[in-house]
Design a protein around this ligand. Sequence first.
Ligand SMILES: [Zn+2]
Length: 54
Amino acid sequence: MTEFRRRQNSERWHWSKGCSNYPTEKDVMISHTKPEYGFLCEECKEKEPLEKDE
Ligand SMILES: [Zn+2]
């Protein structure tokens, strides 16, 4: 299952650990479903394309 993460001061969601902006700190927001608000990171999309029905 894809884990989406964002920093609390950002509305950009990351899910690829290869992303240069992937949040690794402990204090992050995590979602296990596709986020319904905010933005999906373009770099994560490139590195780890999402399943279309996920
Ligand atoms: Zn990213």
